[in-house]
Design a protein around this ligand. Structure first.
Ligand SMILES: NC(=O)c1ccc[n+]([C@@H]2O[C@H](COP(=O)([O-])OP(=O)(O)OC[C@H]3O[C@@H](n4cnc5c(N)ncnc54)[C@H](OP(=O)(O)O)[C@@H]3O)[C@@H](O)[C@H]2O)c1
Length: 246
């Protein structure tokens, strides 16, 4: 227990220095210490081909990763168009096929279908799972929580997978076209430091600044941050949109 929290503290310290130095120098943030076995080129299965899935697929393909989209209709014309935009090595398959050879699985799907989808994906053990889902309920000018702790609930459905909650606190537009100064902070919560380090590298490659926020338990607070982000930017619509920077 002590060893684990020491590892976390060390990683958080290293990471915070790296991110600050990068911001100051206006250069990409260094990633936290990656496990020696982390492949340079990740095989990423992206489940869902909407705003978030297509933005992440395109950007991570451009960064040199292998992308396979998991779609309910992989043969559809819009998916073929997305493959053409993503690059020559990109593929599409049904979700349960897409995850088979993947190192990393991204759940870019609506929260209402997330639990069923994770179960239908089959055995995810050994995979890193990125969860960017906001369980949001829109009611009379409010954004309510559709689930008290969806990130943890999803992880409980996939024993042996390392879940990382992240990328739910900014818009897909910033995943596709981030501000040049890397001013958007993207918090990450996960229990496995190596998995978090691999996902932090992917966040950095998007041009966003990752920041570790401790164990997956904290996913519930990231989900609350996501709802606040949606409330401000979708309901209040201020002239200057809210982006997290800390
Ligand atoms: N939009 C944002 O800026 C943003 C930012 C951060 C986080 N998020 C979160 O990321 C997730 C995806 O958001 P999004 O904006 O990409 O959503 P979206 O544009 O609606 O895309 C969701 C995708 O999920 C797949 N899907 C699987 N089962 C589905 C079902 N029963 N009904 C509808 N779609 C289904 C679909 O892909 P196929 O048709 O190919 O199966 C669909 O394109 C959400 O949980 C959202 O809260 C969104």
């Amino acid at each position: 227990m002590l060893a684990r929290s020491t590892t976390w503290a060390t990683l958080a310290l290293l990471f915070s220095f790296a991110a600050r130095a990068a911001l100051a120098a206006d250069t990409p943030a260094d990633t936290p210490e990656l496990p020696a076995a982390a492949p340079e080129r990740e095989r990423i299965a992206i489940i869902g081909t909407g705003n978030v899935g297509s933005a992440l697929g395109r950007r991570w393909a451009a960064a040199g990763h292998d992308i396979i989209y998991g779609s309910r209709s992989p043969e559809a014309g819009r998916i073929q168009a997305l493959l053409a935009l993503t690059g020559p090595t990109a593929q599409a398959a049904l979700p349960e096929e897409a995850v088979r050879e993947a190192d990393i699985v991204v759940l870019a799907i609506p929260w209402r279908v997330a639990e069923d989808t994770v179960q239908a994906l089959g055995d995810l053990s050994g995979r890193v799972v990125i969860d960017p889902i906001n369980p949001s309920l829109f009611t009379e000018g409010r954004v309510e929580r559709g689930h008290p702790a969806l990130g943890e609930a999803l992880a409980a459905l996939a024993p042996g997978a390392d879940f990382v909650k992240t990328l739910n606190t900014t818009s897909y537009r910033n995943m596709l076209d981030p501000p040049a100064d890397r001013s958007i902070t993207v918090p990450l919560a996960g229990d496995d430091a190596s998995a978090v380090a691999r996902v932090a590298r992917l966040v950095t490659q998007l041009g966003l600044t990752p920041r570790m926020i401790g164990p997956l338990y904290n996913a519930r607070y990231l989900e609350a941050m996501g709802n606040l982000y949606i409330y401000v930017n979708v309901i209040q619509r201020p002239e200057v949109p809210l982006e997290y920077h800390f």
